[in-house]
Write a protein that binds this ligand. Structure first.
Ligand SMILES: *Cc1c(COP(=O)(O)O)cnc(C)c1O
Length: 473
């Protein structure tokens, strides 16, 4: 293997709205959102090198370094990056990190839920927490991460940030409105820099409090507020890897492949698009949604209309406006940031947007979408359980149902991304199969661990006072 050159010109990143400064990777990492309200994307897509020998089973971390290095080179030392990647994935329960499991007829599940909090968000966040720590330490800075969660994101962010000297983290959740497994995954973390707050209110109230803290410029600067939300480019980057890993595990990463992805904010499936732009021969992307089906509307009709958010058995996909779709629109509109900005402001003003029929044709060539309601979701969990003895979580079941509805070419293998462990959503799984899925060993005593959280009213001043009281300087 060739040794990496000692110095690299960093890959520039541009905003999807065309009006923000071009930045290098580590600046994009800490900035999150661009100053023009857009999302950062690489100025050009790096390409994958030559494929490894047919059938070679490379370690996940070797693929990870190969795929991600062109995006970070010039901003982090190669050896440091290799160490960060190795540490990020040492916390996973299986040595191959993301096992590929056959379901029959060329349909596979890629299990992305073997990280500390049992959802695919660990794969990116375990990396992002370490990248934050590395870069903040190098700069002699620290941050206060604040976030709101309806379930999965909060625990994954907490596990990513716990025990890091340069980070404090405060996570708000709506009191009594997250599942007990989800709450305990957050509140049983006994780390001095981790703080949970139960707010008397809804998830939207929690999100509004977080937004209000960011909009309070003085408070934002005083506390050095930061976020690790799903629009951060580094989260997308960490997810590109497993698309390439899946193709390699099938034996030949140059062969055609298809993916089906249960989708909410569009971050996961956009990483698949990035893998395709890097050279992976992806022939079809299937987007699965629950009854909140604005994305499947878009991929079938070319139009999106904002509606109300409805609760479903797959709560991490109960989303109407998918923030990461902006990155795909940027590509679809020929990387014209001003056209993206215009389209999105029309969407915000009118609650509706349509792309022209030529662009819809291009899109539909590779993309399809299916809406899967709660009854179908439970039926799929039951059916797979009866056929294979495997328990699927409701999000994964949406992906499996979408594969059945949309798969185009039975000769091309299709990989459905399994985004959560069934034990994270035990009620739905038990309702479908009569079997209550058990937590994996590292969480087996979750219900015996002591919880630590404060309970606060839905009041900005009270939450800000709490944040001030826990900040380490
Ligand atoms: C977050 C999440 C999703 C949706 O992923 P996006 O990147 O937002 O599309 C799907 N399934 C589970 C279990 C999740 O936690």
């Amino acid at each position: 293997m060739a040794t990496a050159p000692q110095s690299h010109v960093p890959l520039p990143y541009v905003s999807t709205r065309g009006d923000a400064p071009t930045l290098a990777f580590t600046d994009v990492l800490l900035a999150g959102l661009a100053t023009d309200g857009g999302l950062y994307v690489p100025q050009s897509w790096p390409t994958l090198g030559p494929a490894p020998a047919h059938g070679s089973h490379r370690a996940y971390t070797d693929v990870a370094v190969e795929v991600m290095w062109p995006y970070v080179a010039g901003t982090i030392e190669r050896a440091t990056f290799e160490t960060i990647v190795a540490e990020a994935y040492s916390s996973f329960e299986t040595s191959d990190v993301t096992p590929l499991v056959p379901l029959g007829d060329g349909h596979y599940l890629l299990e992305l839920f073997h990280g500390p909090t049992l959802a695919f968000k660990d794969i990116a966040l375990q990396l992002v927490g370490r990248l934050f720590e590395h870069e903040l330490t190098r700069r002699g800075e620290r941050v206060m991460i604040v976030g709101a969660t309806s379930g999965d994101t909060g625990s994954a962010a907490i596990e990513a940030c716990r025990d890091r000297d340069v980070i404090d983290i405060v996570v708000l959740h709506p009191a009594g409105r997250v599942s007990e497994v989800q709450r305990r995954q957050m509140t049983t973390v006994a780390s001095a820099n981790v703080h949970n707050v139960a707010i008397d209110g809804t998830f939207d109230d929690c999100q509004d409090l977080v937004k209000a803290m960011f909009n309070d410029r003085a408070f934002r600067a005083e506390q050095r507020l930061s976020a690790v939300n799903s629009i951060n480019w580094a989260r997308v980057l960490g997810q590109i890897v497993y698309y390439v890993v899946a193709a390699e595990r099938l034996g030949d990463r140059t062969a055609p492949i298809a993916f089906s992805v249960p989708t909410g904010n569009f971050g996961n499936v956009f990483a698949g698009y990035a893998a395709q732009r890097m050279g992976l021969d992806v022939r079809q992307f299937v987007v699965g949604s629950n009854r909140n089906d604005i994305l499947t509307q878009f991929f079938t009709t070319g139009s999106m209309t904002i509606g109300e958010v409805h609760a479903s058995h797959s709560p991490s996909m109960d989303i109407q406006v998918s923030s990461n779709l902006e990155r795909l629109l940027f590509e679809l509109l020929g990387r014209d940031g001003h056209a993206v900005a215009q389209m999105l402001s029309r969407f915000r003003a009118e609650g509706h947007v349509t792309i022209d029929s030529d662009r819809l044709k291009i899109l539909r060539h590779e993309w399809s979408g299916a809406r899967v309601d709660d009854d179908q979701t439970l039926a799929v969990i039951r059916d797979v359980w009866q056929r294979t003895g495997m328990l699927l979580d409701p999000h994964t079941a949406v992906g499996v149902a979408a594969t059945a509805a949309c798969r185009r070419d039975p000769d091309i293998p299709i990989v459905t991304l399994a985004t959560a462990h069934p034990a994270k959503f035990p009620d739905a799984v038990e309702g479908a199969t009569g079997v209550r899925p058990a937590l994996p060993p590292h969480l087996a005593d979750l219900f015996d661990r002591p919880e630590r959280f404060v309970h606060l009213p839905n009041d900005l001043a009270a939450v800000q006072a709490f944040v001030r009281s826990v900040a380490r300087t």
